[in-house]
Design a protein around this ligand. Structure first.
Ligand code: APR
Ligand code: ZN
Ligand code: ZN
Length: 370
């Protein structure tokens, strides 16, 4: 039996259940005792219906823990290993994985859409009914079972509360800057949205050697944090037009690379508008399914020679990128503790959603020993 936070229907608070049965791992799967799980905006988006979710479902896709049991044929990890959860379990064998685009893994995408593991079924049952698992994981549970490719081994001495953040916020944000956009040294970068993911875009831009990094957010408190993560200029979007402010800061040319890390129609338009001719607009935020991109084809794209690109999971290769991020953290070049606003118990997850919605926190991190 495990305690887990369950979304029973869209728009409802998560239900904390202590009667969740967790099946043993099947072939190619591992059982992980979770130490920590981060509360990300995408969890909130699933609970409020911005993103569709099969219900009932155990939410949570960011986390870290210790392997407790492995299924047949598992080779990557063994019991006792400390692991970070990857919310795209990259199979390594499909069309995309073979082309070094594991973030688009076909098997992972099908699993995520089904709300189950790679075979479409789930390992959680409660009150006689199966519970789906968000992103082939479901980290808001004391124990979970996931594909071995969803558990990336890290050194035992790494704090698991910080390691948890690597699996979503850090990989998605830093990867968007360094892998999707391939920021060049000296580039001028604008980042719209300085939450858990946006701050990581900012530190990714800093790591890539960007010159000017303009942070844009409607919450002035987030802008202060953005400066600590590497922003060289800030724009308070609640105080005036963000596009003209960025234009002023970039000689009226616009940014070489602009990132949208919120997922709203107006900020997506703003990101495209503040990208210079020949530059890149990188869309990271997850918008509602009915949000359309409308850009003037000639003036906005052809004459402007702009690239508008989507970034999924920071174009990450988790096997390579997680250890690389750990290295950067150890060298003092990657900020992790500054992302954690609150450490909470599983029971406080609904309050953590409220705090995220209200803009009070970057990340709340659930510690399962509390
Ligand atoms: N203009 C400027 N900033 C805004 C606006 C706006 N209209 N609306 C929201 N913001 C800012 C908030 O103040 C906050 O700092 O966007 C930030 C969003 O941060 P979080 O809520 O922490 O979200 P995060 O976890 O970073 O995720 C951002 O990426 O992965 C996706 O689903 C996720 O779409 C979401 C996005
Ligand atoms: Zn996330
Ligand atoms: Zn694959």
């Amino acid at each position: 039996m495990a305690r887990a936070a369950v979304l029973t229907a869209t728009g409802r608070p998560l239900e904390i259940r202590d009667d969740v049965e967790v099946e043993a791992p099947r072939a190619g799967e591992v059982k992980v005792r979770m130490a920590a799980a981060g509360v990300c905006h995408t969890d909130l988006s699933m609970s409020d219906g911005t993103v569709m979710a099969p219900t009932p479902i155990v939410l949570g896709h960011e986390g870290a823990g210790v392997v407790e049991e492995v299924g047949e044929g598992v080779t990557r990890v063994q019991p006792g290993d400390h692991v970070v959860i990857s919310w795209v379990p990259q199979c390594g064998e499909c069309f995309f994985c073979r082309r070094r685009q594991g973030h688009l893994c076909e098997r992972a995408s099908a699993a995520i859409a089904s709300g189950g593991l790679l075979d479409g079924t789930t390992r959680f049952t409660s009150r006689g009914a199966p519970l789906h698992q968000m992103s082939a994981a479901g980290t808001f549970s004391e124990v979970t079972v996931l594909p071995e490719s969803g558990a990336v081994k890290v050194d035992d001495d790494l704090d698991l509360g910080l390691a948890a953040l690597l699996g979503c916020g850090v990989l998605t944000g830093v990867g968007a800057a360094t892998r999707t956009a391939r920021i060049a040294p000296g580039d001028t970068v604008a980042v719209l949205g300085c939450g858990g993911v946006g701050l990581n875009v900012i530190q990714g831009a800093r790591l890539a050697g960007a010159g000017q990094i303009v942070a844009v957010d409607a919450n002035p408190a987030k802008l202060e944090t953005a400066e600590r993560f590497g922003a060289t200029a800030t724009v308070d979007a609640s105080a005036g037009d963000a596009v003209s402010a960025v234009m002023r800061l970039t000689g009226q040319r616009g940014a070489d690379v602009a990132f949208e890390v919120i997922g709203l129609p107006q900020t997506i338009d703003q990101a495209v508008a503040m990208t210079r001719r020949g530059g890149q607009a990188v869309l990271v935020g997850i918008a509602r399914m009915d949000t359309m991109l409308t850009v003037p084809a000639f003036l906005g794209v052809v004459l402007a020679a702009k690239t508008i690109t989507g970034s999924w999971y920071g174009s990450s290769n988790v096997v390579e990128d997680v250890p690389a991020l750990v290295d950067l953290y150890r060298k003092g070049q990657l900020e992790l503790s500054g992302l954690v606003s609150r450490t909470i118990a599983l029971d406080d997850v609904n309050a953590a959603f409220d705090a995220l919605r209200a803009g009070e926190v970057t990340r709340s991190v659930i510690r399962f020993d509390r």
